[in-house]
Design a protein around this ligand. Sequence first.
Ligand SMILES: *Cc1c(COP(=O)(O)O)cnc(C)c1O
Length: 349
Amino acid sequence: MTFDLSAIVRDNIKNLTAYSSARKEFNGTNAVFLDANENSFGSPIETDYSRYPDPLQLEIKRIIADWNGVLPQQIFIGNGSDEAIDLLIRAFCEPKIDQIIITPPTYGMYEVSANINDVNVKSVLLDEDFQLSPDKVLENVGDSTKIIFLCSPNNPTGNSLQRNSILKVIENFKGIVVIDEAYIHFSDKHSFINDLQHFQNLVVMQTFSKAWGLAGLRVGIAFASVEIIELLNKIKPPYNVSQIAQEALLKALKNRESVKKVVSEIVEQRNLLRSNLLELPIVSDVYPSDANFLLVKTIAANRIYSFLVDEKIIVRNRSNVELCENCLRITVGTESENQSLITALKAFR
Ligand SMILES: *Cc1c(COP(=O)(O)O)cnc(C)c1O
């Protein structure tokens, strides 16, 4: 199916004159900077944060681009992935008129972000195995459908969606398909970043909040065509990633090997925790997971949840979510945290 980006961008965004920040108009070094109304006397703390950060985070993008075989201009960096979700909806969806499709049970922010922007949400449930039915999704596409959000590995179910099903949706939809790969590092599946060269309508999101252990920094990434990324850059707040976040991230990027080690330890703990949970009589199923959490079907989710809270162990109660009845979502912790959980659950009556 032919994809025409300009046909799906909102008119106000297409016609927008973007804010031009001081640091965008001149970004050289070794000058007397009297252009941005910063405070040349410095900050009242040890580290100097008196200057605005790089609006396009180029140093970071060059490294990530190199790792992923894309151009720096194919990368958007946001204040968490949540910012990318919001900007995508604002770029493409006309309030009250346009629609996104989501495939529950899935990450809640797609729907919340659409609601905030007064954009309609069409839900197409995953099947019993938490797999995507591409035909069902495509049947629900209408003229006003602008974005389809897919999450793989999926939150809260933990499984990866089948590659062929995702491809079918991408190939047969003339709007944007977003694949949220927040948990891809815990999986042995290939990222869809490798498919960007073939699909102009594809956006792949990743984050530093999970495998990279940097949730507090608030840094998320979107990979897409140069044209889509230009659009996001045009509408983002000018200095959306703080100097502290950029500096800390640049340091973290030097420790890629230690992240790989931690990820493999988490995967090992996940598999151990899964088999320990499956032995408990109060657990009726633990769904296969490609992520750093397990969706656990129990005999009495609400009671077990409250019991664990009393034991000062907090998990996520997902039992009100369609297809997740009696389910708890449990993040894989350290070996001793997981052991505490199992010990507590053995005492549940
Ligand atoms: C945790 C998570 C994110 C990450 O969001 P950030 O804003 O980058 O912290 C994105 N998508 C899904 C599905 C998640 O579970």
